[in-house]
Design a protein around this ligand. Structure first.
Ligand code: GLN
Length: 252
């Protein structure tokens, strides 16, 4: 009997900047390669989802107007249920605009405040100019090398982390990160990960993809049911290295 994993893709047609949908494709393919029965449920504004029967949620990024289009549904309708499921271990990957709206609030350049879900003890204030470019991080989420994570960022928001955030996703080696100053990027709380990294992120960071899949499996089957087979990630790491080298070259 195959183990199953249920993945919810929130607002796929609205929050999909720089190919963020590629993260769901990567999760889907890797789950199949790992021999799992994987179900992807796209959910948009006004549609119901049972987060108590969901193992992993993905929410992508978007411009301020796209965030404004979904944030009431996210915060007032789905938010309380998403929070409850996250507290029970549901895994989440939230990219950029999605990450911002899972924090306490996002204040835009025009001074509008979008209240967030409050999953991350973090808040975002739009700054002058945009933080744009290739990014390389070093993460403590796992011990085996490589512990680098690569991606692309483009955001006006500067995100600040409170005491309630367990750790950032990683330390910035190349790029700006959360605020262009702290050398921190992203946020981790429980099995929820927020990050500014587009790319899309997961195809070039297979260890992060498998980390999230294992978190999702653990939610459904417990630690003993979260094991994964070892895949040949040679192609993925060639893409990873190329992105890391590009990031270094562009900063010189
Ligand atoms: N609109 C937000 C900002 O500019 C998020 C952008 C994004 O998702 N790339 O910070």
């Amino acid at each position: 009997m195959k183990r199953q994993i249920k993945i919810c893709h929130l607002y796929p047609e609205i929050l999909n900047l720089y190919g963020d949908r590629g993260n769901v494709i990567a999760l889907y393919r890797r789950c199949l390669w790992h021999g799992l029965a994987v179900h992807i449920q796209p959910v948009t504004v006004g549609e119901a989802v049972d987060f108590l029967d969901t193992d992993l949620v993905f929410i992508g990024g978007g411009q301020d107007r796209e965030q404004a289009a979904i944030y009431r549904d996210l915060v007032e309708v789905k938010g309380p249920y998403l929070l409850a499921a996250a507290e029970q271990g549901m895994a989440i990957l939230a990219v950029c605009g999605g990450f911002q709206l899972l924090g306490k609030y996002y204040r835009t350049q025009h001074g509008e405040i979008m209240k967030g879900v409050g999953l991350f003890d973090a808040w975002t204030e739009a700054g002058r100019g945009r933080l744009i470019g290739d990014v390389v991080l070093e993460t403590d989420l796992w011990e085996e090398e490589p512990r680098t994570i690569v991606g692309f960022e483009n955001h006006s928001g500067r995100t600040f982390l409170g005491e309630g955030v367990k750790q950032p996703l990683g330390r910035v080696l190349q790029g700006f990160g959360n605020d262009g100053a702290s050398k921190m990027e992203g946020a981790v709380s429980g099995n929820a990960i927020g990050t500014y990294l587009h790319g899309s992120l997961l195809p070039k960071n297979p260890r992060l993809a498998d980390y999230l899949i294992r978190c999702g499996l653990e939610r459904r089957y417990g630690p003993e049911g979260s094991y994964l087979t070892t895949l040949n990630d040679e192609l993925e790491y060639r893409a990873h290295q190329a992105a890391a080298q590009r990031a270094v070259a562009r900063r010189c």
